[in-house]
Write a protein that binds this ligand. Structure first.
Ligand code: APR
Length: 244
């Protein structure tokens, strides 16, 4: 299974990785669904844009507890680094990620399409000014814009918001050109992100999936299912690729 997947990656003209929360679990960031999932502790409605507008203070408190207190402490893991290495060795063209934790960039990946935005920046709801999160004091919630005193919002996609451009267009364009697609750590339960692997399949890409649990993709688009955690799977895969 690993040897077969390694041959597909090595011989591919254009390989793209598509990642979800599962690739960051071994860095200490809980997933949304499944074992230790955030949705077991928090009501997903907190991540709805209407809730953010109506309960800004509470929404920010939860976001700070879940993500920002972790932020800066969590580091990329071997799976993130393996994808960055494949890109450096010209065996991976891009990463399309649903994650907002910036860990692909931190691991050295250059071409990363953040389909759901990034926690690294915040945006003013009034004047659309953007700030790096490091510039913002999260002891005062909600944080306010330095230019117009408008409320700042994490530059991530809440439920009910449109997917950011150019990430959406770039992601589907990469997918259309891919003849090899590596799915890592995603349930496939959230649209429109979950349309991407199907688009890859429709373009005859070979789909390699890494997940310790079967997902919505496993019985439908996946060609090679590696039932394993991201770190061990990517380490084994890199070993097999090095042998070729
Ligand atoms: N290695 C690989 N995969 C793992 C690991 C691991 N160590 N641990 C868990 N997983 C898998 C789970 O089996 C599951 O399939 O990661 C997936 C996590 O699922 P979700 O939390 O639903 O993550 P994801 O599919 O990325 O969610 C998509 O939903 O809530 C929204 O915007 C949020 O981007 C997120 C989107």
């Amino acid at each position: 299974m690993y040897a077969k997947a390694a041959k597909i990656i090595k011989s591919a003209k254009r390989c793209v990785a598509f990642t979800g929360a599962g690739i960051s679990v071994e860095s200490g960031i809980p997933p949304f669904r499944g074992e230790n999932g955030l949705w077991n502790k928090y009501d997903p409605q907190i991540f709805d844009i209407e809730y953010f507008y109506d309960h800004t203070q509470h929404s920010w408190q939860v976001l700070r507890d879940i993500f920002y207190d972790l932020f800066g402490k969590v580091k990329p893991n071997a799976a993130h680094y393996a994808l960055a290495e494949l890109e450096a060795d010209k065996m991976l063209s891009a990463v399309i990620t649903q994650n907002v934790d910036h860990l692909h960039y931190d691991a050295g990946s250059k071409i990363v399409h953040e389909f759901h935005g990034s926690l690294k920046t915040v945006i003013c709801l009034k004047c659309r000014a953007k700030y790096k999160i490091a510039q913002i004091d999260l002891n005062i919630l909600p944080p306010l814009c330095k230019k117009c005193d408008g409320i700042l919002k994490p530059d991530v996609i809440f439920f009910g918001e449109a997917i950011p451009e150019p990430a959406q267009t770039n992601s589907f364009n990469e997918t259309k050109k891919a003849d090899c697609f590596i799915l890592i750590g995603t349930t496939g339960m959230v649209a429109p992100a979950n349309l991407i692997p199907s688009a890859a399949k429709a373009n005859k890409a070979k789909i390699i999936e890494i997940n310790p649990v079967k997902s919505e993709y496993t019985g439908s688009v996946t060609d090679i299912f590696i039932e394993d955690k991201a770190v061990h799977a990517m380490e084994k895969l890199m070993e097999e690729i090095d042998k070729l």
